[in-house]
Structures are given as structure tokens and as C-alpha cells.
Design a protein around this ligand. Sequence first.
Ligand SMILES: Nc1ncnc2c1ncn2[C@@H]1O[C@H](COP(=O)(O)OP(=O)(O)OP(=O)(O)O)[C@@H](O)[C@H]1O
Ligand SMILES: O=P(O)(O)OC[C@H]1O[C@H](OP(=O)(O)OP(=O)(O)O)[C@H](O)[C@@H]1O
Ligand SMILES: O=C(O)c1cccnc1
Length: 496
Amino acid sequence: MNAAPLSGLYAPSLALVTDLYQLTMAYGYWQQGMQDREAVFHLYFRKAPFQGGYAVAAGLALAVDWVENLHFSDDDLAYLGSLRGSKGGALFPTEFLDYLRQLKFTCDIDAVPEGTVVFGNEPLIRVRGPLLQAQLLETALLTLVNFQTLIATKAARIREAAGPTDQILEFGLRRAQGFDGGLGASRAAFLGGADATSNVLAGQRYGIPVRGTHAHSWVMSFEDEVAAFGAYAKAFPDDSVFLVDTYDTLDGVRQAIKVAREMRANSHELAGIRLDSGDLAYLSREARAVLDEAGFTATRIVASNDLEENLITSLKQQGARIDTWGVGTQLITAYNQAALGGVYKLAALRKADDSGWDFTIKLSEQVAKTSVPGILQVRRYLNEHGKPRADMLYNTAAPLPDQLTIIDPADITRRLAIRPETTFRELLEPVFRAGQRVRELPTLADSRAHAQREVQSLDPSIRRFLNPHTYPVGLEKDLFDYRTQLILEKKPVRGA
Ligand SMILES: Nc1ncnc2c1ncn2[C@@H]1O[C@H](COP(=O)(O)OP(=O)(O)OP(=O)(O)O)[C@@H](O)[C@H]1O
Ligand SMILES: O=P(O)(O)OC[C@H]1O[C@H](OP(=O)(O)OP(=O)(O)O)[C@H](O)[C@@H]1O
Ligand SMILES: O=C(O)c1cccnc1
């Protein structure tokens, strides 16, 4: 695959892709002399999207590109210098802007590789470094990872419904949330399991195969369907997919066959027909029968029209004979869930006298939303077939006990004792050390292949769409106990 290099996608720097409060906090830390206090943040979501049982991690390569190009340009600083507070004074003093000008990224970043299946409350990214810098990454990391993970997960679900061999074409650009939304979503859709995109810029930028058919306007521009199909076949004798539903679908199939016969007489084969309306199960069965009867058994049937994973599942159950699914709106916009609610939380801060760590916690009325303190790693235990069995969050800054027990923080009666011989892998891998990249990232095609293997490694009960089984994710017991102790320390005791 001819993948365009990622580097430079976000150059020149898009340092201002941030929320103002990151910069006001940065100024405050700098004023307090806290800018270089070592801090640890984790990026994670709480609940898998689409009421599903898993998510497919995505966005890391874009985040790495953003971080590597991060710097405040003269234009950025001039703009920040022009900002005024409510009394008319400069929001940021010149000395702070000079500090930003010379700022060099020096953080460590560990991350879960793109395409890995992940679950609620597991860090996808861990940032460790000077407080001011680590804080400044929050918004951009969330913007990139939340959207990419959401769309990659939607694509994985559509792949699940379509099965391993059907083709999935992503047709969404025209219904996307703007150019950037469309470009990013085409990337994530491919990573999550689509085979190709109609988005030509995504093809150029990311090396995704580009594919397509033709629109109704093509048919409407000719005297009749035979003329339209014939002209298209002349232009693309070996790559023609005729849209047959402009007037009457089954009549359109018969017109397509007339042209396909002429093509065959000239040693070309009709690649496919596309259905875009009506009862896709019935029409695809009928079209298949008519095509087969005429000897066009290799001509593929493409279907489109507001498709998504539940509809594809239903069409298959109805015996639809569809080989290729053109999926637009529902995939590109993650139609039934507008956003993934990933968050970025401070979990450790080095003591002011440098004598060790303070592990930090954000309380919530709901225990499930209370953050996890520590410098976390995610350990995935595997069963005897090498498939994921349970994930354990643990604090790398504390020794692990010999006997490991995983506790579900949402239900402390759910515990899992780990046998010492159980195999595992650690999900967070080093990406940056002291601001320098230490890991070569896989190509997008490799991340896509990884995603397919990852999703397939999950038990079908976790992959199903309706009320999926909950994959066990918990805290190592010492971490659980420590978190509980911190919650009790921080939570005021109410009187009755
Ligand atoms: N056999 C089927 N079972 C369930 N849903 C189907 C089936 N066939 C098609 N659909 C879906 O039903 C919805 C409505 O399709 P239909 O073609 O009737 O209306 P439409 O989209 O308004 O058509 P048109 O494009 O002609 O305006 C679409 O999302 C389509 O994918
Ligand atoms: O339904 P979606 O999943 O969003 O898939 C994309 C849709 O976009 C096109 O329709 P449109 O009416 O825009 O143009 P057309 O004339 O090519 O059908 C295409 O025919 C699909 O129906
Ligand atoms: O190529 C196609 O068939 C196509 C492209 C974009 C949207 N709908 C269909």
C-alpha cells in the first residue's frame, strides 16, 4: 500500500488546538513555579460506545504527529499576546509568552497501540512529565483519541455484522462533520475494518484504497439506462459498478445485463451492480437470481442506503445476497452516539520537596466515576487459548504482591485470583521518553490487521450488539485498597 507519511499532517504546529483553560492553567503553574513538577495523567473512557462490550483504540498516530510538531509559532504567540482580560489588561504577560516560545516537549508517553481492543476505565495513554506540558496536551489528545476510537469501534461493529469476507466501502464524506471530521473518520473507519473509502483525500493522505460506483445523476444524464451503463463501461471497462435503482431496480438489473453482455463480447466483465433503495433483501435475492441466470455469477451486488450494523445483521438473516456494503452516514458520524466521553485525569504529582509521589484522585458521587490514582499499567491476562481473560490495572510505582487478585471497583464481590502461571501482556507501551520518540509506529494497514485480530480474539458474547457480556476489568487488590483509603480520606463524613 502506498501510504503517505503521517509526519507533517499537523505541521505547522496546531498548538492552539486547545481550550483556553489549558493556557490559563499553564500560566498559573508557571507563575507558581510549578511548571516542572513531575505529573502523571491518564486518558481513558468510562463506558464502551454504542452500548457495546468493547472499543477499538485509535488515534495514537495522529496524537504522536501532533505532539511531535507541537510548538508555539510567532503568530500563535502574537494572538495569545492580543488576548485581554475583562479589565482590558493583557491576559498573558510577555514573559510567559517568551517561556512558551522556548518550550520544548520533554514528556514520557506510553500508549496502547492502535487497533487494540480496550474497555472502560483503562488508560489508553499515560503522560508523565512536567505538569505544565502534560496539562497542555489534554485537549488535543482527547479530541483525536475520542473521535478516532469512536469511529474505529463503529467500523469494527459493521465488520462484525458483515462478516470477514464481505467488502465494506465507506461512503460517508458528504454526510461528515466537515472536511476534518470526514478525513479523520475515513482513517478510523479503515482502521476499524472498512476495506476502502470514497474519500479521495483520505486515500492520498493515508494510503487507504479508494473505490466507488456512480451516482443517479449519471443515469439521469443519458437517454436511458442502457446508454448510461454503456458509456460508463466505455470509460471503465474493467471497473464498472452500475447503479440500477434510478427507475425500477429489477428492470435496471436487466438493462445492466444487456450492457454486461456487450462488455463480455469485448472481453470485459461487469464488476457489479449497486442497489440503493427498496427492500434490499428481496431485491438482492432477485438480482442475484437474474444475474446468475444470465451467466454473470461473478458480478457483485453492492448495497447502500442508510446501512449500519443492526440493519446489515437483519439483511443477512433475511437471506440478502449482498457482497459489498456501502456505508455512509451511520459510520462517518457514529450516528447513534455523537461522542466518546474519554477523559484525561491527573493521577500522580511529585511532592514539592521531591521526596516521592502524591497520588491524586477525583471523587464523584458515583464510585464508578471516581478516578484511579497511581502510575498505571494495564495487564491483560490470557486464557489457555491466548484469548483475553481479564484486565488488571496496577500501580507501577508500588511493588506487586506475590498473590494477585483483581477486584471490580463497581462490585467488590467480583474478584478474580490470578494463578502465577497465567500469561499476560502489558497494554501500555513506551512511545516517547523525555520528549523523544522511542517507538516506530505501525502502518495504518498493520493497525487495521491488528484490530481485526484483536476483535476476533474476544468471546462472541462480548462482541454481540444486544446486552453484551461485560469483560472483566478490575484493580489489583493493593491499588483497590489504596484507592478506597484515599476516597475515605478525601470524602467528608456527613452528619445525620
Ligand atoms: N429488507 C429490509 N429489512 C430492513 N430494512 C431494510 C430492508 N431493505 C431496506 N431497508 C432499509 O430501510 C430503510 C428505508 O429504505 P427505503 O428504500 O424504503 O426508503 P428510502 O431510503 O426513503 O428510499 P429512497 O432512497 O427511494 O427515498 C433504509 O435504511 C434501508 O436500508
Ligand atoms: O446512505 P448512506 O449510508 O449515507 O450512504 C451514502 C449515500 O450517499 C449516496 O446517496 P445520495 O442520495 O447522496 O447520492 P446518489 O445520487 O449517489 O444516490 C449513496 O447513494 C448512498 O445512498
Ligand atoms: O461511489 C459511490 O457509490 C458513492 C460514493 C459516495 C456516496 N455514495 C456512493
